[in-house]
Design a protein around this ligand. Structure first.
Ligand code: FAD
Length: 318
């Protein structure tokens, strides 16, 4: 089922989560171990992230550095298919990015998803690869998520890149996009970001999943501003519980988000990562309860390979 149909058919807040493909060299069982404990909360859909090739430097004994490109977490298409067929009651939402894809590569990936019966996509631009300051699209690739959304919605109309093709089968993808309550890191301000978010929705995106946030007021304000800018699609809050003390510094740096003073104070009282993990669960429960009261369509959790904290939060709120 499409994400948008899940939302239309439900009167209560739904549960969903995001998974990372396993690191290259690991098997798929880790994915199932993350999913299984969360099945009792009836997830409506599971997102699977996409990871672009990155450049690494390998040091040789001679001291010379060898430049290599590797994909640390391959397998998004195969994992999406494996989850869809193993857990028939759950829908999958693979992520598709602009980075590393020509428009032709994108079309082939979409054809694969279409043949596999996967009809949800989260369309993203992707970040600049590590060691690179700015995002550079492929030659003949999409530069922004709005262009990727447009390519997908064109295929939904039967319009493939090869304009001479006739009698094509239209695809039927439900497309979601990312939103940033605390603005995207490259954006000069939130208003400018909202103009481009509206562009993604106007191109055909039917739902938005937000970046993580720890202060619900940021989400409430974002929803209000989106509505004022004419963005009327459902806005699904993305939540990531704090898992270690390291998160206090790492998350703001990586995701351009604030951690509220009250949460920082609680984390400073923690002596171990285990203490921080429990604070993360408590904060996650309070945040989730308030969001349900606000009437959010779905609570969407970023698992980052750990499901015990999400299980405890879901047990307390669903
Ligand atoms: P866009 O919407 O294209 O925006 C990128 C920036 O450009 C913004 O600052 C925007 O304001 C600006 N902009 C947009 N359009 C224009 C325009 N026409 N002209 C000028 N400026 C413009 N990354 C991955 O690599 N893999 C994943 O699986 C993944 N999953 C994610 C899931 C969620 C829920 C979220 C919130 C993010 C995810 N990301 C993922 C990260 C995402 O790829 C990065 O944040 C990326 O830097 C921006 O992606 P976007 O789709 O929001 O880009």
């Amino acid at each position: 089922m499409k994400v948008i149909d899940h939302l239309k058919n439900s009167k209560k807040t739904l549960f969903s989560f995001e998974l990372l493909p396993p690191l290259k060299g690991h098997n798929i069982n880790g994915i199932y171990k993350t999913i299984d404990p969360l099945l009792e909360f009836n997830p409506s859909f599971i997102n699977i992230t996409y990871h672009q090739e990155e450049v690494v430097y390998k040091k040789h004994e001679s001291g010379l550095l060898e430049k290599k490109s590797i994909r640390k977490r391959p397998g998004t298409v195969a994992i999406s298919a494996a989850i869809k067929y193993k857990y028939s009651s759950v829908d999958v939402v693979p992520h598709l990015i602009c980075g590393g894809f020509t428009k032709a590569d994108t079309e082939y990936a979409l054809i694969d998803f279409h043949f596999l019966g996967i009809n949800n996509i989260l369309a993203l631009r992707g970040d600049a690869p590590k060691l690179q300051r700015t995002f550079t699209p492929e030659k003949d690739g999409n530069s922004y998520a709005s262009e990727l959304v447009k390519q997908i919605t064109n295929m939904n109309k039967g319009l493939y890149l090869d304009e001479e093709m006739e009698n094509t089968t239209p695809t039927d993808f439900c497309v979601g996009v990312a939103g940033y309550p605390e603005k995207h890191i490259e954006s000069p301000n939130l208003s400018s970001d909202l103009i481009f978010l509206k562009m993604k929705v106007d191109a055909g995106a039917e739902f938005i999943i937000t970046q993580m946030f720890f202060d619900n007021e940021k989400y409430f304000d974002f929803v209000k501003k989106c509505r004022e800018h004419g963005i009327v699609v459902p806005i699904i809050p993305g939540l990531k519980p704090i898992t270690t003390l390291h998160d206090i510094r790492a998350l703001p740096q990586i995701f351009n988000i604030d951690i509220p003073e009250e949460l920082v104070k609680e984390l400073h009282k923690c002596k171990t990562n285990e203490d921080a993990f429990h604070v993360g669960i408590e904060w996650g429960i309070q945040q989730s309860r308030e969001l349900i009261k606000f009437g959010v369509p779905v609570l969407h959790y970023f698992t980052i390979g750990i499901s015990e904290n999400i299980r405890q939060i879901a047990k307390a709120v669903f």
